[in-house]
Design a protein around this ligand. Structure first.
Ligand SMILES: [Zn+2]
Length: 565
């Protein structure tokens, strides 16, 4: 067979070959899917792939590194936990580590998804098991360890043969790297990372883009066209979609939604005998095997109209893309407009000369500063901003006495909990300032090589990804999560400059030949207040070890919640 599939140029039947390189073939070991269907139950019935055919290859795939980028409610966690337990049961004497974002989620997952599988499995019963401990399960001579990425006192220091990382986009960044060294001496060393995606080129999306990229394909019984199942939520992309409205009304409620062939447009129903289905690999020869799943892979048990409806039930479009289409979301060309800044203004607020529990962002080349605190509603309230007219940092005067710098004064006047200041051009003075306020002040360097949003290097500096931090900082304005005093009683030229700077940033979206979109914020020269605002937003995310002990828990509503303990 030599025809192309869905435009990917891959041949049918590749999946068998694909597996040979990484296969584990010890004797008397059966395929994971066979083990799972013959030895485990789901809701009291034998586990089956009926209407869930896409699950089988993910179970049987023995690639040493795998990633699954998925939408919600497709039973992916159900199969990953079974694969994990099947491995430990078949390969006696091994150990595995399974991580979740937080320790609370681990507890919940183990109780509701793991323990029932273990207690209902006759094979595990035969091997002997112990489920009393939430974090460690014994299966014969093997051990399963469950951990949260946040909220744990320590990472696990045991050797491992099989690591599964669920919901990596919500876990500590690069959680996989943290545990990979545990598998150094394993002859198996399997690693699976899975998540609902969030933003592009982060977490699971970054892994998937570097992977072999498997998509779930079906063959149209009318025109024999192989295609991957997808639906795009706009009328103008209807011809690229496997869900269309048969009555021509493109409306959630009034549309007569049905599954169709992308090419001939005829209606197709789930029928494994009439409509062949299989995973098709986009890129061969990759070290990571990736699977992408959207709600349509569940077309055997999800009605087309129900998928459309569930998409539009999300208030935030990015969540609908992430959770229904299993795709990262990139908003088209956005900017914070002047009108949006005005909407955040409150006539009752004033420019304050002092403050409590504030955060500060500052630039030194153009000496600007913004100070704000967090309201009980979780908004950033700007209490003060200024152009510094005296010395920014402490100086030694002609008489040998120290002339206090303005930033140091502001730290005290506003009871600043965390400050981020530009590290350049006076790096030495800035570093000295950070030392003077150790644990409360950091110098910031932007770096293109910094992939994570921020890396708090030590108690003195933070390295940031410009694009990703600005994305967060601008989102506060777009979401109206900022409160600011009005222009009336303030130095108008500076206020005007503030508005102009914040509204001068534009988000552009680059599209590559595969139609993949990535966002980039254009920061024109002289938009200094926008950077100062970005530093302030970074300060809000300063290491919680320092900040949380001072802050009252109720108002630490921003990034602090990712460190929840
Ligand atoms: Zn067709």
């Amino acid at each position: 067979m030599n025809h192309k599939l869905g435009g990917y140029g891959e041949k049918i039947g590749l999946k068998k070959i694909m597996h040979m390189a990484h296969s584990i073939r010890p004797e008397a070991i059966i395929e994971f899917s066979e083990w799972v269907t013959t030895k485990t139950l789901l809701k009291g019935k034998p586990f089956s792939f009926e209407k869930h055919e896409y699950q089988q290859q993910i179970l049987d795939d023995t690639s040493s590194r795998m990633c699954v980028r998925k939408s919600v409610q497709l039973g992916v966690s159900e199969i990953l936990v079974r694969k994990f337990l099947a491995f430990l049961a078949m390969y006696q004497g091994t150990q595995g580590i399974y991580t979740f974002p937080t320790s609370e989620e681990v507890g919940q997952f183990v109780k509701t998804r793991v323990d029932p599988v273990i207690t209902e499995c006759t094979k595990i019963e035969e091997l002997g098991f112990n489920v009393d401990n939430v974090k460690i399960k014994q299966i014969g001579k093997s051990f399963a360890h469950f951990r949260g990425s946040f909220g744990e006192r320590e990472t696990i220091a045991i050797p491992s043969d099989f690591n599964v990382h669920d919901e990596i986009d919500f876990s500590k960044p690069n959680i996989q790297n943290l545990y990979r060294s545990r598998m150094e001496h394993s002859e198996y060393a399997f690693e699976i990372s899975c998540s609902t995606p969030t933003i592009s080129m982060f977490g699971v999306d970054e892994l998937f883009m570097a992977s072999s990229q498997n998509y779930w394909h079906i063959k149209c019984p009318h025109c024999n066209f192989w295609q991957y199942l997808i639906w795009w939520p706009t009328k103008d992309r209807e011809k690229d979609s496997n869900i269309r409205s048969l009555n021509g009304i493109w409306d959630v409620e009034k549309g007569d939604w049905a599954y169709v062939c992308k090419k001939c447009g005829k209606q197709i129903g789930y029928d494994p005998f009439l409509v062949p289905m299989q995973w098709v690999t986009k890129y061969s020869g990759k070290s990571i095997t990736g699977y992408s799943l959207n709600a349509l892979v569940g077309w055997g048990y999800k009605k087309a109209g129900a998928i459309v409806k569930s998409f539009f039930e999300y208030k935030e479009i990015e969540k609908a893309y992430n959770r229904i289409l299993g795709l990262p979301y990139t908003a088209p060309g956005k900017k914070v407009t002047r009108a949006q800044i005005f909407k955040c203004m409150d006539n009752k607020l004033k420019d304050e000369s002092t403050g409590r529990q504030c955060f500060m962002g500052a630039d030194q080349a153009v000496p600007l500063v913004i100070i704000g605190n967090l309201t009980e509603a979780g908004k950033i309230r700007i209490v003060h901003f200024e152009r510094i007219e005296k010395n920014v940092f402490d100086q030694v005067g002609k008489d040998g006495r120290i002339i206090k710098g303005r930033l140091g004064e502001l730290m005290e006047e506003y009871d600043v909990l965390a400050a981020v200041i530009d590290a350049q051009p006076n790096t030495e003075s800035a570093t000295q300032f950070a030392k003077n306020f150790a644990g409360r002040a950091w110098t910031c360097f932007y770096s293109d090589k910094q992939f994570e949003k921020m890396h708090w290097k030590d108690n003195l500096s933070v390295v940031s990804n410009r694009n990703r931090t600005i994305e967060t900082a601008m989102q506060y304005w777009l979401d109206r999560k900022v409160e600011i005093f009005s222009q009336d009683n303030y130095n108008l030229p500076i206020y005007e400059r503030f508005i102009e700077n914040i509204s001068s940033l534009t988000k552009v979206v680059d599209e590559d030949k595969d139609g993949r979109k990535t966002a980039r914020w254009l920061t024109p020269k002289g938009c200094d207040f926008a950077h100062v605002w970005n530093y302030l937003c970074m300060a809000l995310e300063a290491e919680v070890s320092t900040v949380s002990r001072i802050m009252t828990p109720g108002i630490s509503g921003f990034s602090m919640k990712r460190y929840n303990t």
